[in-house]
Write a protein that binds this ligand. Structure first.
Ligand code: ADP
Ligand code: MG
Length: 285
């Protein structure tokens, strides 16, 4: 379990904090997602949690142990996939894995099969410097799993990947969660957050504006709508009705009763819709 309390961080020379009074809990065996647009403070939070940035204010506990008191053994338990892949460009993919494995003690997972699992099996002997952005991303992801860490920090692990590869990475992250890992994932892609996260914190301008499961966020902040398409004098007409409204409910019942529609779909708010509703800003910004 990772417990974050009152985390605040200001970069040297900055006028205002990049992270403001953030509190959240990632339970063991779950995926906690930080979702927000570029500049929201996601990477700053991750970097404090992995001790790359100093703790200025607040507290973080890993399975009850204060981060500030953790020594070097902390890094044995933590796997990190960085937003900007930091690799040895003159080493091959497989050599990068072996070089990294050398930093750890204890049993390691098999480097070649990890590379296979992220689709880099055929490229494992190519120089990492010649990898595409997506391949580098997959290499740092595979590398983060090498020492089988209990805590995983994944900063935009699917950025720059094609949709089919995103699905593969999503499945691999789920598999880690199902093995009992505690995972903190940052993303600006609501589909990835929605598909993967047990709990999502919506981050805006350094502040958590909402924090709950994707389903609860949608129930609490979204509006249900039903979209029908029907024909009137041969012309296709679309109607969006809100079951919360009595008039719309009556209209829906009448149309359904008369089977007067060609298509009917329920429309849930997306996480992006909710983010705009709560912050006035989109996720892509
Ligand atoms: P995100 O990961 O959500 O895109 P970041 O944590 O990278 O957001 O950035 C949060 C804020 O902190 C932004 O305003 C960004 O410009 C600023 N910032 C990030 N890194 C640094 C740094 N090394 N020095 C100064 N400001 C920074
Ligand atoms: Mg970032």
């Amino acid at each position: 379990m990772i417990e974050i309390q009152n985390l605040t961080f200001t970069y040297a020379g900055a006028d205002s904090p990049a992270v403001r009074d953030v509190g959240a809990t990632a339970a063991t065996g779950t995926i906690f997602g930080l979702l927000g647009p570029s500049g929201a403070g996601k990477s700053t939070i991750q970097n404090i949690l992995i001790k790359l940035l100093p703790m200025q204010q607040g507290s973080v506990r890993f399975d009850g142990v204060e981060l500030a008191t953790q020594g070097r053994e902390f890094f044995q338990q933590v796997g990190v996939s960085f937003e900007h892949p930091n690799l040895f460009p003159k080493l091959t993919g497989l050599e990068n894995m072996h070089a990294f494995a050398g930093l750890y003690t204890g049993p390691m997972r098999d480097a070649a099969s990890l590379l296979d699992s992220v689709g880099l099996g055929a490229s494992k002997d190519k120089l990492a410097g010649d990898y595409s952005k997506g391949m580098k991303q997959r290499l740092v992801f595979a590398r983060s799993l090498l020492h089988d860490p209990r805590f995983l920090f994944l900063d935009e692990p699917t950025s720059g990947l094609d949709p089919a590869t995103v699905e593969i990475i999503i499945e691999l992250i789920r598999a880690e969660r199902d093995k009992g890992k505690t995972i903190i994932l940052t993303t600006h892609d609501m589909r990835v957050a929605d598909a993967l996260c047990d709990v999502i914190g919506l981050l805006h301008d350094g502040k958590l504006v909402a924090c709950d499961s994707p389903r609860e966020l949608k129930l609490a902040h979204g509006q249900h709508a039903v979209k029908l398409e029907r024909r009137e004098n041969g012309k296709l007409i679309a109607e969006t009705l809100f079951p919360e409204s009595e008039t719309d409910r009556a209209r829906l019942a009448a149309l359904c009763g008369a089977a007067d529609f060609e298509t009917m779909h329920s429309q849930e708010a997306t996480l992006a819709d909710i983010f705009i509703k709560l912050t006035g800003q989109g996720l892509a910004a």
